[in-house]
Design a protein around this ligand. Structure first.
Ligand SMILES: *[C@@H]1O[C@H](CO)[C@@H](O)[C@H](O)[C@H]1NC(C)=O
Ligand SMILES: *[C@@H]1O[C@H](CO)[C@@H](O)[C@H](O)[C@H]1NC(C)=O
Ligand SMILES: *[C@@H]1O[C@H](CO)[C@@H](O)[C@H](O)[C@H]1NC(C)=O
Ligand SMILES: *[C@@H]1O[C@H](CO)[C@@H](O)[C@H](O)[C@H]1NC(C)=O
Ligand SMILES: *[C@@H]1O[C@H](CO)[C@@H](O)[C@H](O)[C@H]1NC(C)=O
Ligand SMILES: *[C@@H]1O[C@H](CO)[C@@H](O)[C@H](O)[C@H]1NC(C)=O
Ligand SMILES: *[C@@H]1O[C@H](CO)[C@@H](O)[C@H](O)[C@H]1NC(C)=O
Ligand SMILES: *[C@@H]1O[C@H](CO)[C@@H](O)[C@H](O)[C@H]1NC(C)=O
Ligand SMILES: *[C@@H]1O[C@H](CO)[C@@H](O)[C@H](O)[C@H]1NC(C)=O
Ligand SMILES: *[C@@H]1O[C@H](CO)[C@@H](O)[C@H](O)[C@H]1NC(C)=O
Ligand SMILES: *[C@@H]1O[C@H](CO)[C@@H](O)[C@H](O)[C@H]1NC(C)=O
Ligand SMILES: *[C@@H]1O[C@H](CO)[C@@H](O)[C@H](O)[C@H]1NC(C)=O
Length: 502
């Protein structure tokens, strides 16, 4: 709202000045300039159209003209307007307009210079300096202390460099127009007295977004008003999937970054760190700044409830987190691709199942937690998901699993091919690492048991055969020799024996 109302103010002022200009054309140059400048508003620099350029009829004509300004103080004040200055006419042109004596405003249009040295004393008294629509490669030096310049317009000069500290002494600067140039870095501003800046960097698409973002950060979001913000883009290196081109990012996205700190998770006793890591480019969509959140070492007992938009990486290592509920249930976790939660008290990864994260993740690190089992199907990419990355990295070292025959037979080889630190996964019930488990040892009990059954069956069959043989033998002896061999003869008589005898 703040920005909007200010923009309206600026537009309103522009409309007002252009309306006045027409009716002022007829009046005297002095009145004209005075009306146009009024009390010089912070938003605009002293500026003249090309049609106002001094007429050059012979080589001795001055390319600059002096325009008196009626100022509120009694001092005589002048503005100077020059056109088409180049290296040979620069000094003579300024000299023939008696610059800088009593001059507070200057506009040089279509100047051609290799470098402009702003340390020179002649710029020392200027309230407004405009050097526009020309060709100046560099700004060097540093404005002198107490220079009263509040408006600086260097628009449309194909500037490639402004020395970092050139403007740092301009303690009254409020309008800076650097539009349509070719710099990659913004110079530092003097932000001492907390005033607002009106800054135009539209058309200077070569500025690094990272630089602009740092700039907004340093100056404070509220202190900078970008003119033509929706037409302003900056360059960001496009590292998504490691392609090596640069990409133009809307300034609006960069400004989101300065909001990042306010959206970064925090509590009464803790604060996460948020930063932007790369530009995510999805075909047919606006480029998006991907965010990384670091909440490590905050004694958190649960995952943060809210993350900044486009958070793709979250580090919650060294906390006391016990569950991964948020990962599947919380919408703020939908863009997450890298999750690091080493040294926590997480007991299970089952909560990840079916989440967007389990389909898309690139890195999952849960080292030194309290995970007891590893349901591998949760960690393997869903074959139906075409977006999944060919590589995904998992770390589970330092967890103590409940180990059994299956662990040795199936989980061990799976860990060895699918996670980065299989050597460090331990067993809770066995004093061994999972990779050292021998299936032949772990699976020894079930194997023994089945063998024993076979022995028992064989033994029983043998007993049965020998019993039948003994009974048949006894019967044969009884029939042929008439007596019963031991032990049948020692057996007590049974009721059926009486029957037999009878
Ligand atoms: C700077 O000069 C350009 C012309 O190149 C003009 O369009 C713009 O309004 C000026 N900016 C300011 C702040 O005076
Ligand atoms: C500059 O201003 C002073 C008074 O403020 C005046 O005496 C002097 O003549 C002026 N010089 C020129 C060159 O206009
Ligand atoms: C700019 O100035 C140069 C001389 O320095 C001149 O040759 C050229 O025509 C001027 N351009 C315009 C657009 O006036
Ligand atoms: C700029 O001008 C100042 C003062 O005239 C001078 O001391 C300095 O050496 C100049 N700087 C460069 C880089 O030419
Ligand atoms: C520019 O100067 C500021 C401080 O004045 C410093 O923080 C920053 O790193 C400098 N940038 C470059 C590119 O030298
Ligand atoms: C400045 O940038 C414009 C477009 O961005 C380009 O056409 C021009 O060649 C560049 N000039 C220099 C000196 O790099
Ligand atoms: C600027 O960034 C630093 C760390 O990168 C952060 O601590 C600070 O809060 C940020 N300031 C603003 C105003 O965003
Ligand atoms: C920028 O915003 C202004 C008003 O807010 C609008 O008139 C203009 O069309 C927008 N330009 C672009 C390129 O979106
Ligand atoms: C990308 O560009 C940088 C420098 O611009 C270069 O050092 C690097 O080797 C390039 N990488 C690839 C993969 O082309
Ligand atoms: C976890 O909580 C315990 C007490 O509940 C505390 O002693 C310990 O320091 C905490 N650990 C971390 C890393 O916050
Ligand atoms: C996560 O945070 C911990 C503790 O600050 C740090 O040691 C670790 O390197 C971080 N992990 C990543 C991948 O940034
Ligand atoms: C987490 O585990 C540590 C070490 O086993 C223990 O001291 C701490 O109390 C646990 N914290 C919670 C919140 O369970």
């Amino acid at each position: 709202m703040h920005f909007l109302s200010l923009s309206i103010c600026i537009y309103g002022y522009v409309a007002f000045t252009s309306a006045r200009t027409e009716e002022d054309q007829a009046s005297s140059p002095a009145a004209n300039t005075e009306m146009r400048l009024g009390i010089p508003p912070p938003e605009r620099c002293f500026y003249q159209d090309a049609s106002e350029c001094p007429k050059i009829e012979n080589p001795d004509d001055c390319p600059c003209k002096r325009i008196p300004i009626l100022s509120s103080s009694n001092n005589e004040e002048y503005a100077v307007f020059c056109c088409d200055l180049h290296i040979k006419t620069f000094e003579t042109g300024l000299a023939c307009s008696n610059f800088p004596v009593n001059v507070s405003y200057i506009h040089i249009r279509n100047g051609t210079l290799e470098a402009l040295n702003v340390s020179e004393v002649r710029w020392r008294r200027l309230k407004s300096l405009a050097i526009t629509d020309g060709k100046i490669n560099r700004i060097k030096g540093q404005f002198l202390m107490m220079t009263p310049t509040h408006c600086l317009n260097l628009s449309n000069n194909a500037l490639t460099e402004i020395e970092n500290n050139s403007f740092t002494r301009l303690s009254q600067l409020t309008s800076l127009d650097l539009s349509y140039n070719n710099m990659t870095h913004l110079p530092a501003l003097n932000i001492m007295n907390g005033r607002e800046f009106w800054l135009d960097i539209s058309g200077t698409n070569t500025l690094w977004c990272h630089d602009v973002s740092q700039y907004i950060n340093k100056t404070g979001d509220k202190q900078i008003i970008f003119n033509r913000e929706n037409e302003t883009v900056c360059s960001a290196s496009k590292t998504w999937r490691w392609f090596n081109t640069t990409e133009q990012v809307p300034l609006e996205q960069v400004r989101l970054l300065s909001l990042l700190q306010t959206e970064c998770p925090k509590g009464k006793t803790w604060q996460c760190q948020c930063s932007f890591i790369r530009l995510n480019i999805v075909q047919g969509e606006k480029p998006v700044m991907a965010v990384e959140v670091d909440c490590s070492g905050n004694q958190l007992t649960r995952l943060p409830q809210r993350l900044p938009p486009n958070t793709i990486a979250l580090n919650v290592s060294y906390n006391n987190i016990t569950t991964l509920d948020e990962i599947s249930g919380n919408l703020w976790y939908h863009d997450l691709q890298k999750f690091y939660a080493d040294y926590n008290n997480i007991t299970s990864i089952n909560k990840i199942e079916g989440s967007k994260f389990s389909d898309n993740f690139e890195f999952l690190s849960l080292r030194h937690n309290k995970i007891k089992s590893v349901p591998t199907y949760i960690l393997v990419p869903n074959v139906h998901n075409k977006n999944h990355l060919s590589h995904r990295y998992v770390k589970l070292g330092g967890n103590k699993l409940l180990c059994n025959c299956n662990t040795a037979k199936y989980l061990k080889p799976w860990l060895q091919t699918n996670i980065l630190d299989p050597d460090e996964v331990l067993c809770e019930n066995v004093k061994e690492k999972v990779v050292d488990l021998e299936p032949s040892k772990m699976c020894v009990h079930p194997g023994d048991w089945t063998d024993y059954i076979y022995y028992l069956i064989a033994f029983e069959t043998l007993m049965l055969i020998s019993l039948i043989a003994k009974v048949s033998y006894d019967y044969w002896i009884f029939k042929t020799a008439g007596y019963l061999p031991w032990p049948a003869n020692k057996m007590p008589k049974l009721p059926c024996d009486w029957l037999c005898e009878a």
